[in-house]
Design a protein around this ligand. Structure first.
Ligand code: ZN
Length: 439
């Protein structure tokens, strides 16, 4: 029989992590209460609590009640002790947030970009983050989470392909890690948003959910058992490339009749322009040839409410296709919640009830009755918040793993800076300490 011993340093890290999670979970705690709950000695608890107070993770809130003797000093978790940055970029826009350890947004910034290349988009994103974190004290920022379009290899921090944008093999993690000297994580934006909604958005407290992003493309993030589902090549959730019309329009991916050729933003706009021209409406007073060409999702959102039959028809058709894909997801995964988000849903919130109606009509009655269909609660910031939350789930904040919704002790997805420790390198961003059992 083997006797297992755990290295004293690792035992210390695990004790710290245990106390950290307990303080986080409770509104207020006392040292004596922590000793009772953890089974650790009062001396060990005091030592850990003192170090957390010094590091800013715990604050004292005053003496509590006691039946006899000295009243215990009450303690509370201080979510502002560390921050994480999250950034989202595409070829046209870039947005970034700073969140605290509870997911509250401390700062946000955005910029409009017209990147001629993927490299230009990455540069715009690093510039935005650089501006956002310029005045932070060393060690305050735990790391940076990135949400991007396309199929992302999170282990290598590379966008493998973004067919809609014509991007292939774009390094994202390394440029960020090298510039900021901090741990970095990279995710596809729909998966980042799904994680954000599960952690502190519409899906807070829901075990199984699907986030369906309708934007330039259509893709899904799936949180199963409060963990982000990752496929074997990390290309899961590409719902936009599910065939809905066997002989439909050619998709940028090479297939015909993909969902996003009929239901993503560019497809919806193209269909409406075509219909307005075909029906001779392009020259009508409300639709000059110029406005038809310049028609944007935002403009569509405004006129969609005015009862234009052509626009309503195209939107109904898009909702039908989205609803078919969503009903298939509901039948396949039986989620407790289906969240609709992305630029198209933000501009056209009326699509949510239409998609829900299709789900109710087409999905099996049992899973359909179990699923709540809701719009994104985090809206425009879902991706950067989710990217930052995912970063927090993957790195060490207090010496051992800190995991908002993901139970994995893992650095699999973290891209560490290549350069050695030096001036400006993060002091607070401790690295993951692996669990090794000594026989
Ligand atoms: Zn496709």
């Amino acid at each position: 029989m083997h006797r297992l011993r755990v290295d004293a340093r690792i035992a210390g890290e695990l004790n710290r992590a245990m106390v950290f999670e307990l303080v986080r979970a409770r509104e207020v705690v006392s040292r004596i209460g922590l000793a009772r709950e953890t089974g650790l000695s009062k001396a060990t608890i005091s030592q850990i609590v003192d170090s957390f107070i010094q590091e800013g993770f715990i604050q004292t809130v005053g003496p509590g009640e006691s039946e006899k003797g000295r009243r215990p000093m009450l303690l509370r978790f201080s979510p502002g002790a560390r921050w994480a940055a999250g950034v989202e970029f595409s070829d046209t826009t870039c947005g970034a947030v700073l969140i605290d350890l509870d997911g509250a947004v401390i700062r946000s910034a955005s910029s409009s970009i017209r990147a001629p290349s993927a490299r230009g988009a990455v540069e715009a994103a690093t510039a935005l983050v650089s501006e956002l974190i310029a005045d932070l004290a060393p060690g305050k920022l735990v790391g940076i989470g990135i949400g991007t379009p396309g199929l992302v290899d999170s282990r290598r921090g590379i966008i493998q392909m973004a067919p809609d944008l014509g991007w292939t093999d774009v390094p994202v993690g390394a440029p960020f890690a090298d510039q900021f000297g901090l741990p970095i994580t990279c995710l596809n934006r729909a998966k980042a948003a799904a994680f954000g909604e599960a952690w502190c958005g519409a899906g807070d407290g829901v075990d199984n959910l699907v986030y369906l992003s309708v934007s330039t493309g259509v893709s899904a993030g799936m949180v199963i058992g409060q963990r982000l589902y990752r496929g074997v090549s990390m290309s899961e959730g590409e719902v936009g490339h599910v065939t809905v019309l066997p002989d439909g329009p050619l998709c940028a991916c090479g297939n015909r009749g993909c969902l996003q050729t009929v239901a993503a933003g560019p497809a919806i706009l193209a269909r409406i322009r075509e219909e307005l021209r075909k029906n001779g409406r392009a020259g009508a007073p409300e639709w000059s040839a110029g406005t038809v060409d310049l028609l944007s999702l935002e403009m569509l959102g405004e006129v969609a409410n005015e009862g234009d039959q052509i626009i309503a028809g195209v939107l109904d058709e898009a909702a039908e296709y989205l609803g078919i894909a969503a009903a298939n997801l509901v039948n396949t995964l039986n989620p407790g919640m289906l969240i609709l988000g992305g630029a198209v849903i933000r501009a056209l919130p009326g699509l949510v009830p239409r998609v829900e109606a299709v789900i109710r009509r087409r999905a099996l009655s049992v899973p359909a009755a179990a699923v709540k269909v809701v719009p994104s609660a985090l809206g425009r910031t879902a991706v950067p918040i989710g990217a930052a939350a995912f970063l927090l789930s993957q790195v060490s904040v207090v010496g051992a793993s800190f995991h908002p919704a993901d139970g994995h002790l893992s650095t699999t997805h973290v891209i560490e800076p290549a350069r050695s420790e030096g001036p400006g390198s993060p002091r607070g961003a401790g690295r993951f300490v692996g669990l090794s059992i000594i026989e």
